[in-house]
Design a protein around this ligand. Sequence first.
Ligand SMILES: Nc1nc2c(c(=O)[nH]1)N[C@H]1C(S)=C(S)[C@@H](COP(=O)(O)OP(=O)(O)OC[C@H]3O[C@@H](n4cnc5c(=O)[nH]c(N)nc54)[C@H](O)[C@@H]3O)O[C@H]1N2
Ligand SMILES: Nc1nc2c(c(=O)[nH]1)N[C@H]1C(S)=C(S)[C@@H](COP(=O)(O)OP(=O)(O)OC[C@H]3O[C@@H](n4cnc5c(=O)[nH]c(N)nc54)[C@H](O)[C@@H]3O)O[C@H]1N2
Ligand code: SF4
Ligand SMILES: [Mo]
Length: 908
Amino acid sequence: MKTVTRSTCCYCGVGCGVLVEAEDGRITGIQGDPEHPANYGRLCTKGRSLPLTVQSVTGRLLRPEVRATRDAKREPADWSSALDLVAERFAQVIERHGPDAVAFYVSGQLLTEDYYVFNKLAKGLVKTNNIDTNSRLCMSSAVTAYKKAFGADGPPTCYEDLELAQTVLFAGSNMAYAHPVLFRRLEEAKAKHPDIRWIVVDPRRTDMAAMADLHLAIQPGTDVALFNGMLHHLIWEGMLDRAYIDAHTEGFDALKALVREYTPRMAAEICGIEERALLQAAEWFGASPAALSLYCMGLNQSSHGTDKNLALINLHLATGQVGRPGAGPFSLTGQPNAMGGREVGGMATMLAAHRDIGNAGHRAEVEALWGVEGLSDRPGLPAVEMFDAVRSGKIKAIWIACTNPVHSMPDIVRVREALATAEFVVVQEAFAQTDTVPYADVLLPAASWGEKSGTVTNSERRISRVQAAVDAPGEAKPDWWIVNEVARRIEAKLSSQTPTLFGFDTPQAVFDEHRRLTAGRDLDIGGLSYAKLETDGPQQWPFAADAVQGQARRYTDGVFATADGRARFHATRYLPVAEPVDARYPFRLVTGRLRDQWHGMSRTGRVGALFAHAPEPALTMHRADATRRGFKDGDLLTIASRRGSLVLPVQISDDVASGTVFAPMHWNGQFLNSGGINETTVPAVDPHSAQPELKHAAVRVQAADLPWRLVAAKRGGDGGSDVLALHAAVQPLLRERRYASVRIEADENGGEMLIVSAADVRAPAEWLDRLHDALGLPRGEDLLEYRDARRGHEKRVAWHENMIDGFMLAGGAKGTSGTTGAAALIDRIREAAPWSGPRHAVFVEGKRAPRDRVICNCKQVTQSQIAEAIAAGADLAELKSTLGCGSVCGSCVPEIRRLYDAVPAAAH
Ligand SMILES: Nc1nc2c(c(=O)[nH]1)N[C@H]1C(S)=C(S)[C@@H](COP(=O)(O)OP(=O)(O)OC[C@H]3O[C@@H](n4cnc5c(=O)[nH]c(N)nc54)[C@H](O)[C@@H]3O)O[C@H]1N2
Ligand SMILES: Nc1nc2c(c(=O)[nH]1)N[C@H]1C(S)=C(S)[C@@H](COP(=O)(O)OP(=O)(O)OC[C@H]3O[C@@H](n4cnc5c(=O)[nH]c(N)nc54)[C@H](O)[C@@H]3O)O[C@H]1N2
Ligand code: SF4
Ligand SMILES: [Mo]
């Protein structure tokens, strides 16, 4: 039977509505929901490919697993014994060492209901505030700044403002990659009104920066100086909204006194930009009828993230650019439910419904609503400190859900040490191969997207329903259910009375309790219910019981959520990054996202098509820096910080400044021989928000002298589904080489192949044989082998009937490469065409350039196809109509535009 289920995309904070098609218990397709106000039917590459991530259960966790002792292997267990064990061990630690000896590390990708139950378990039952989430790595500076400036968390703006803004300031946000569907709305607005001005503040020349009217390529970490310099100019030119400042704010004089120091010249110097550009930005911002700023991790992930946010908010308050259509400081949430986590208070520094731990009145309210006594008034430990406390033995048991800290935390060397030290680790995951899973004493299989129900809140405070389209595979269970079951058991153990706190039998029951806690608060959702969300569609908060609709914009009357109703200016002083570069570590490392991958790639890494845009992890380096050191594109480099190192290929580019290098955050031990770039990042945190500085570290970069190379590939079976099994078999071999990466690639017949690249000083023949078997390459007559003992080259090509089914090319020393011909063989597999000549002729195919990058994922159009069409005179519309690129989801449009703009206008 065919069904269509209305739900929400599980990736970014845009929160696009989706219609999920399913047949016979399998998800078969997806459409953007034309009625959802976040996307009106659009989806980006990631959302569109969601069905491909759930085609196969290979790699899913299907049953609970438990290990008796640290050194034992985990064995499958039934749910009730796994739940009993978690409850028993947690209760034991609490009884012996007190409630603060346990911790919960959860995620902005949990649904509000999941989050709520976790928070109630930690704060209401265990009475510890040691519950923190990956939102600490993401949104906490934005939260802290909103609270400091406006008195309450949450953006004052809404998505409609994207269309109404006249000046858009993108600060540390790469929306074209990270919030693509919202970016489509901005592109359309600018196409209709070309006088809309875009200012991009980003050390890198992103696609958006290339499209902007003004790109301020500041030195990483210098945003506060920039915003202070802009404000200085506005003050001295009298471009302020004095009436607004007088009527609605507090603290301007102190700020003015501070900003006096930040002359535009001095600020521009700190930022490494032209003073003229700074002045231009200030004037466009200050004089605009509606200035909107859109900001994300470039501001938040900093040891001065709160100040960066506040300095930007200062600009808005001083010019009255807030509370009006098209104006305001709009913090974009990253994860699908970063906002929902804040609402339920699921972090170490807050209580339910935007209440504060340190406020006795707030604690009493929550105690009364939950029917408990003695909520802890000790703030819990935020993420970085939490793992440090695990490492030092202060925290003995930790429960990790829906996040992969052994990949995503800064300085993962320390996180591994922490988890190896802990007495008891619970990991609640949907997928089996993440870097955190090996540390689990109890592994709890979670239902994932398409299989679970609840709600999420997107960047504009809009709550949407998430609905299950199919049953979860195996015995996987929804997160709220798992936590509820353990909580019931812990309650029974800790109290002599009949357990009462965790009587939830549906996610709806959880939502209804959460709603009651919000009554009278700034985020009051007393007027919402599942029924209302289903009949009237997604709604924005606040939406009180007597309201007819949610509130699109906040503070429209200039009354803020502070005690006196006035917003607060903050005198923000520029301070350098936590780890400045020096002679030993001379490069500034910046990290961030790619267009088609999601975080640790546990989902997007299952889909060949999503690797096409960026097939391999790479460190981007400026041409001059590379040339000076003699690096060529693709050379393997060792990137080392004071904490750790890894090897990555270099990608030479003009998009980063000299002295800065960029690495994507995505690759980890599932796809690489190392844990990824967080082997090197710094655990320094912002003093107000405790958010770590994931964006900046000092590193040194050297050629990795690894003459031995390998490229291997193997075609998947029908539909390509078993490439996932091949990947699982290959993954453990990666870490034995100095460099190794694995990826999936789509072929031209709807199948997929797995491709492995590796490098080392040398590699034992025995490793090659294990890789051979892991890849499922045949032995015997379907294998053609060639050895050149003198040069140490080894070639193996596997056949399936008259087609090449896989290969392994390895070897090499100075001056010779054992992998010549790999690109040609990959092409053969991709084309899936029969081989007509004699088999041994494969070894003389010779060199071929690797296929170039796929820019348009939907139509599989490559960069050279686009470049050829532009050279032949095609304009943007013709590119769309002839090649089809950019005509479906639009994620590639900024890049196509950039390729087009790069060709001199005369040639168009
Ligand atoms: N494709 C994709 N989309 C995603 C995600 C994903 O994994 N993949 N993750 C989601 C999540 S959780 C999040 S939080 C968002 C993140 O979304 P973004 O914050 O937009 O993405 P990032 O690439 O992390 O960082 C944005 C930009 O900050 C710049 N930057 C670095 N340092 C500085 C600085 O000091 N100042 C300024 N002004 N800029 C700086 C970087 O060069 C980068 O271009 O994306 C969400 N959307
Ligand atoms: N260097 C560097 N590091 C960064 C960043 C950066 O910019 N640079 N960005 C940081 C930011 S902003 C963020 S948000 C974090 C993200 O970091 P993580 O939270 O570690 O990211 P994910 O890989 O999305 O982890 C989510 C995990 O939940 C699992 N999962 C999926 N669905 C479900 C489910 O329904 N239930 C459960 N229980 N599990 C499920 C997935 O398989 C996945 O392993 O990374 C941070 N780390
Ligand atoms: S923009 Fe893309 S990833 Fe984000 S919610 Fe929409 S479809 Fe999902
Ligand atoms: Mo994030």
